[in-house]
Design a protein around this ligand. Structure first.
Ligand code: TXA
Ligand code: MG
Length: 344
């Protein structure tokens, strides 16, 4: 890129990954179901990010997930189910608040942490007494769950600590041949992971902000739902201080930096101007748009060989809270240092 000129990777409004949701052909779905029955791994599209799915009742298959991701064995997996009617197959002592949230928000980007039932394998929960359950809102995932007939344990389909995949091509580039079948469901329409709500002990707490805004939970439950502090909970990789990290150092800023060094880029809401010489990786027009574009923008920064990516986060409302959370962890994980931007 010539110095003094502003390059632009941003596709502009209206061309973002909003449409083109594939359906996964019948033949591909049959191959995926056969792979799951053999204990194999399937790249599964969801509305949040792509998952790396295996039969939740097959301990060897679950171990393959951990090996493929390079993920420590004590980081538990979410079990994906086909509908709220299956809640009691996996969880016990399900409180009324959990049923209310499931009723209102499933299928959707909500994971409920509940006391685990006897069916849940230790390898899935890392020995924890709780299990995370979610019904994904993607037609291909729902067909896969229906045709397979059981639960699917699935973390995001990225190498441990790296950027989550929002397309089938991302899954292949993260995991290559470690995954047996990748179903192409088009670009993820939400773009950040599910909101995790702990309902296993007393009052609901958000353990990970995500695709369901905290405001919506409060509306449904009639109480404000706090977000757990950075020190809690013990074993949730998505809650590690360093995660979702590209190779470029992510540096959080309140506005466009005054100077641009060599190989620097900017990720910022539309309306924030791009300093001369800086590569613009995305210009989201809303918090939802920011969520949708976030991970693709981090990948684009790496493909462009950026050394430093400056990021101006969205306001902490709606999906903006989840985007800020991911950007902070990307900043720490990429060596971009601690953040200047904190939530109230
Ligand atoms: O949107 C999503 O939730 C995606 C899609 C594929 O469904 N999945 C996802 O999974 O983000 P994963 O494994 O990348 O992140 C799940 C997070 C991890 O931080 C994990 O440690 C935490 O949830 N988790 C799962 N079960 C838990 C449990 N029983 N107690 C505490 N944390 C749990
Ligand atoms: Mg993950």
């Amino acid at each position: 890129m010539a110095a003094g000129r502003t390059a632009d990777l941003d596709p502009g409004p209206g061309t973002g990954p909003r449409t083109g949701r594939g359906t996964g052909s019948g033949a591909e779905l049959r191959r995926a179901v056969a792979a799951l029955r053999r204990g194999g791994l399937v790249g599964m599209p969801t509305e949040t990010v792509y998952g790396l799915a295996a039969d939740a009742d097959d301990a060897d298959a679950i171990r393959r997930i951990f090996a493929a991701k390079g993920r420590p064995a004590d980081h538990p997996l979410i079990v994906h189910i086909g509908g709220a009617a299956q809640l009691d197959d996996w969880a016990v002592d399900v409180p009324a608040a959990a049923r209310a949230l499931a009723e209102a928000l499933w299928p959707g980007p909500l994971t409920l942490l509940l006391a685990r039932g006897p069916r849940v394998l230790d390898v899935v929960t890392g020995g924890l007494p709780t299990v995370g359950l979610r019904v994904p809102a993607h037609p291909v995932a729902l067909r896969l769950l229906r045709d397979f007939g059981g639960g699917l344990a699935a973390p995001s389909a990225n190498r441990f600590g790296r950027v989550s995949p929002t397309s089938a091509a991302d899954v292949r580039s993260e995991l290559g041949d470690a995954v047996d079948v990748v179903l192409d469901g088009g670009p993820a329409t939400i773009g950040v992971e599910s909101t995790i709500v702990d309902l296993s002990s007393g009052d609901p707490v958000v353990l990970r902000p995500g695709g369901v805004p905290r405001e919506r939970l409060a509306e449904l439950l009639g109480v404000a739902v706090p977000v757990a502090g950075p020190q809690a909970p013990a074993r949730a990789s998505g809650m590690l201080a360093a995660h979702y990290a590209p190779t470029a150092a992510v540096v959080l800023v309140d506005g466009p930096p005054a100077t641009s060094g060599v190989a620097t880029g900017l990720l910022a809401p539309a309306g924030v101007p791009t300093p001369a010489g800086m590569l613009r990786v995305a210009s989201p027009e809303s918090a939802d748009d920011y969520a949708r574009q976030l991970y693709a923008a981090l990948r684009a920064a790496d493909r462009a060989g950026l050394r430093v990516l400056y990021a101006v986060p969205p306001q902490p409302r709606g999906l903006g809270l989840a985007v800020r959370d991911r950007l902070r962890r990307a900043a720490v994980g990429s060596g971009g240092g601690d953040h200047t931007v904190r939530d109230p």
